[in-house]
Design a protein around this ligand. Structure first.
Ligand SMILES: Cc1cc2nc3c(=O)[nH]c(=O)nc-3n(C[C@H](O)[C@H](O)[C@H](O)COP(=O)(O)OP(=O)(O)OC[C@H]3O[C@@H](n4cnc5c(N)ncnc54)[C@H](O)[C@@H]3O)c2cc1C
Length: 440
């Protein structure tokens, strides 16, 4: 029997090659930019031993290997011309009496929220329903409960990982502690293939949903007020700000977020902001929403399945100065014939910053906010806008928003944690079976 036939026979899952029915559907990641990458094989893994078998097969053939969870990577790292390891068949979720959840590596956020909700539990995690829990966690995990409970990876208490030599290890604070450290925030696909994650979940809160709109030709005062206030707001309140510019229209500003507070307390706190920023044209509060329902009420600007978008981002540990802000907003609103442009401010601070920079691999623990620049991939504005804001940025970049254009990516993603990450990589994947541009 050929090596491939032996591998196929031993699988609990399925193997897809370019001539298999269903190949095109399974090979395509969510991100349209990488939909034409044609892997030699896609393995839909249904057991840990499928992952072990796939790694052994790839080692024998010399194929590149790319693990895939939700397939949302902005840099296409879960696509390859070699072998895609699709983990969607490993998506079981169980919750123990003490609230510890064991989650299969292929589960997506909507499955996670629904399963945890059934037990009155949840996780501080992201908004995109189809985003994979593993990709999100391995790179950190920012969401509307993060200022209160930290990153998704801060709730991780253990993981099962298949290493590239085929061994299966359980890691946590006591077992394989360096690997466990590296899994919390360095980014996906670095040290081994995760097959399940264990989390210390939190009680699911009831939230008040917040959405406010302003229409401005010059929203400088609004952004100034937001950057001075939102990162220092009480942990129970997270409000993010987006500014959207479309040809022929004034810049639209939206404040959206959530509070784990009742309507009255939320309104009172927001009053501190509107006192500085000016009254909103509309302010809508929806109290009484369990967290898992809140998530589905927000549209995600990154979730536009048929458009090739480009996103660049940076963290800020201080407010942008007036000159930088004026230039940024002028570029955003400049006249043009086509193209939607968006800048999105995400509030950090709170529990995100109550861990030491070297406590986990996620090094960005002194940041006030994250700024994203999002537009069609062909719009040169993304680079100009990023460069303008970069004058006041901290030089740090979120590992889950990988940016191929960075000059010093190791410092940007990992800062002082990079030397320890390089040692973990050497110890756990010395032959670099898992590799991609900007891999540790
Ligand atoms: C629409 C959208 C909304 C988003 N919203 C948020 C948000 O609210 N908060 C936030 O923090 N981020 C958000 N992100 C960014 C998101 O966290 C990253 O894109 C994340 O890496 C996606 O994980 P994935 O499993 O879906 O992607 P994939 O492309 O499958 O994987 C991402 C990386 O992890 C690796 N990987 C996947 N599974 C495994 C595994 N089992 N073992 C080892 N490595 C693995 C892949 O090889 C790849 O390098 C969003 C992205 C999009 C496109």
């Amino acid at each position: 029997m050929s090596e491939l036939a032996e591998f196929r026979t031993a699988l609990d899952g399925e193997l897809f090659s370019p001539d298999s029915p269903g190949y095109d559907a399974i090979r395509r990641p969510v991100n349209v930019a990488y939909r034409e990458v044609r892997p030699r094989l896609v393995v839909r893994c249904r057991s840990v031993s499928d992952v072990v078998g796939a790694l052994a097969y790839a080692t024998a053939t010399g194929d590149r290997i790319a693990p895939r969870g939700g397939g949302h990577c902005f840099a296409g790292r879960s696509s390859t011309d070699g072998i895609v390891l699709d983990l969607s068949g490993l998506d079981g979720i169980s919750v123990a009496d003490d609230g510890t959840a064991t989650i299969g590596a292929g589960a997506r956020l909507e499955q996670v929220y629904a399963a945890l909700h059934a037990h009155g539990r949840t996780l501080p995690a992201g908004c995109g329903a189809g985003v994979g829990i593993t990709g999100l966690t391995l790179g950190g995990g920012i969401g509307l409960l993060g200022r209160e409970h930290g990153l998704t990876c801060d709730r991780l208490v253990g993981a099962r990982v298949v290493l590239t030599d085929g061994s299966v290890v359980d890691c946590d604070h006591d077992r394989e502690p360096d690997l466990f450290w590296g899994l919390r925030g360095a980014g996906g696909g670095q040290f081994g293939v995760v097959t399940s994650l264990r989390f210390d979940t939190v009680a699911e809160p009831t939230t008040t949903r917040i959405e406010a709109h302003w229409t401005h030709t010059a929203p400088r005062g609004l952004v100034s007020a937001w950057q001075a206030w939102a990162p220092d707001a009480p942990d129970e309140l997270t409000v993010n700000l987006t500014l959207v510019s479309e040809p022929g229209a004034a810049v639209r500003a939206t404040l959206f977020g959530a509070a784990t507070l009742d309507e009255g307390s939320t309104r009172e706190l927001l009053g501190e902001f509107t006192d500085r920023a000016g009254a909103a044209r509309t302010l809508e509060l929806r109290p009484g929403l369990p967290y898992h329902q809140l998530k589905s009420t927000f549209a995600d600007p990154r979730d536009v399945p048929e458009r090739v978008l480009r996103l660049r981002s940076e963290f800020f540990s201080r407010s942008m100065g007036p000159g930088t802000l004026a230039s940024l907003l002028a570029q955003l609103g400049e006249e043009r014939a086509t193209g939607r442009r968006e800048i999105a401010f995400t509030a950090m601070g709170g529990a995100y910053n109550r861990a030491a920079e070297d406590a986990t691999a996620f090094a960005h623990r002194s940041e006030r906010f994250l700024l994203e620049h999002i537009a069609e991939a062909t719009d040169p504005w993304v680079d100009r806008s990023w460069a303008t804001a970069h004058a006041d940025g901290s030089g740090r970049v979120y590992p889950n928003f990988p940016d191929p254009a960075l000059d010093d990516w190791a410092a940007a993603y990992h800062a002082g944690n990079h030397p320890r990450l390089a040692a973990v990589k050497n110890a756990y994947d010395p032959h670099r079976l898992l590799d991609f541009p900007q891999a540790v």
